[in-house]
Write a protein that binds this ligand. Structure first.
Ligand code: C2O
Ligand code: CU
Ligand code: CU
Length: 386
């Protein structure tokens, strides 16, 4: 090593431009990782994250325009956990029993490399991968189908779908329950018991699993119900010992104030569909490909707005800067109290209405599909808070 500089102050040694984005961060625009704010190889840039926001399971990843898919595929992604006093006052499982799990899929060549099916001579993936790049091996925190030894006690699992394009429905063996306590934007108002947790790319769910429901020696497999065979396997817990457990799941976790649709100043429409991108198929928002010189919406600082998102095929839609609440899915109000999200899955031919409030910072941010191949093939739009 040539010098003793801390790595955080060193210029990037990567052979490609990068952009760092804190997903779910309430971040000033200069530090939000706008897709053209490139850090060139050998250069450095300081990002400032004030983190004036609730405790939440965030993550960071590359956001380089046109090349986010391949760069995240190669590993430029990680967890970023935000805590606060409200959360640390709760008796939730913590320390060794608070386990972040980043789930993604990759395919490997015989020599162990992870080739990415890039389109010749341009950004995006080859035509056959228009729908998104899927891998046939499921990785958790970078390891294929790993195993974790656990106590007979409650664990908090912070589940993140860090995949380029794959959606999961995660479940324990029949009879096993997952108690969800948190979502993209932090704690739910109250816990909810689920048999399965569905996560589209970019989404997070914090769940508690009580391994005291099993016996020492039991293997408990976390599975993906959307697949059979290898892609159904995610990871395995082995119950290793009896242990003392002082944790609990309180009946009330937090307060989530509902945003009032009557207070919205405007409703905007965003259509997520395929379209022609310089002679090949790409992905558009309101019929237009991403263009960093164009601003598609100008919400005012402090305003509440309703955004109506409509899909052709499924698209996980992510909004920078502002967390939101889901008002309706296919015309129906979601069951249960509101929760803070930053990414929402539009299923095929569906309309989802979200309500949000733009606070904190003026400037340019993006709205985009979090299927990274769709994003790279132009399914992104700029809004400017004014
Ligand atoms: Cu997770 Cu705009 O990104
Ligand atoms: Cu983001
Ligand atoms: Cu999409």
């Amino acid at each position: 090593m040539p010098d003793a500089e801390p790595s955080c102050a060193s210029p990037t040694a990567l052979g490609a431009p990068t952009v760092t984005h804190l997903h779910g961060g309430h971040t000033p625009p200069e530090s939000d990782g706008y897709p053209t704010d490139l850090v060139q190889p050998g250069a450095r840039r300081d990002y400032v994250f004030p983190l004036e926001q609730r405790a939440a399971t965030l993550w960071y990843h590359d956001h380089r325009m046109d090349y986010t898919g391949p760069q995240v595929w190669r590993g430029l992604a990680g967890f970023f956990l935000v805590g606060d006093e409200e959360e640390s006052a709760l008796p939730l499982p913590s320390g060794e029993r608070d386990v972040p799990l980043m789930i993604c899929d990759r395919s490997f060549a015989a020599d162990g490399t992870m080739p990415y099916p890039a389109r010749d001579g341009g950004p995006g993936a080859r035509e056959a991968f228009m729908g998104g790049v899927l891998g046939d091996v499921i990785l958790v925190n970078g390891a294929p189908w790993p195993r974790l030894g656990v106590d007979r006690a409650r664990y908090r699992l912070r589940l993140l779908n860090g995949s380029n394009a794959r959606t999961y429905e995660l479940a324990l063996p029949p009879g096993g329950t997952l108690t969800q306590i948190g979502s993209d934007g932090g704690l739910l108002a109250a816990p909810r018991t689920l048999e399965r947790v569905r996560l589209a790319p970019g989404e997070r769910a914090d769940v508690v699993v009580d391994f005291a429901a099993y016996r020492v020696g039991d293997h408990v497999e976390l599975r993906n119900l959307l697949e059979e065979g290898a892609q159904a396997r995610v990871m395995r817990f082995t119950v290793e010992r009896d242990a003392r457990d002082d944790s609990a799941i309180p009946k009330t976790l937090s307060r989530v104030e509902p945003l009032d649709p009557a207070k919205a100043t405007v409703t905007r429409d965003f259509q997520f569909t395929s379209g022609d991108l310089h002679g090949h198929t790409g992905w558009m928002i309101n019929g237009k490909p991403f263009d960093a010189r164009r601003v598609d919406a100008k919400p005012r600082l402090g305003d509440i707005e309703i955004w109506r998102l409509t899909s052709d095929v499924a698209h996980p839609v992510h909004l920078h800067l502002a967390g939101f609440q889901v008002l309706s899915v296919g015309g129906e109000r979601p069951s249960g109290p509101p929760e803070w999200k930053d990414t929402v899955e539009l299923r095929e031919a569906q309309t989802v209405e979200i309500i949000t409030r733009f606070t904190g910072y003026r400037g340019r941010y993006v709205l985009h599909c979090h299927n990274l191949e769709h994003e790279d093939m132009a399914m992104m739009s700029t809004f400017e808070v004014v």
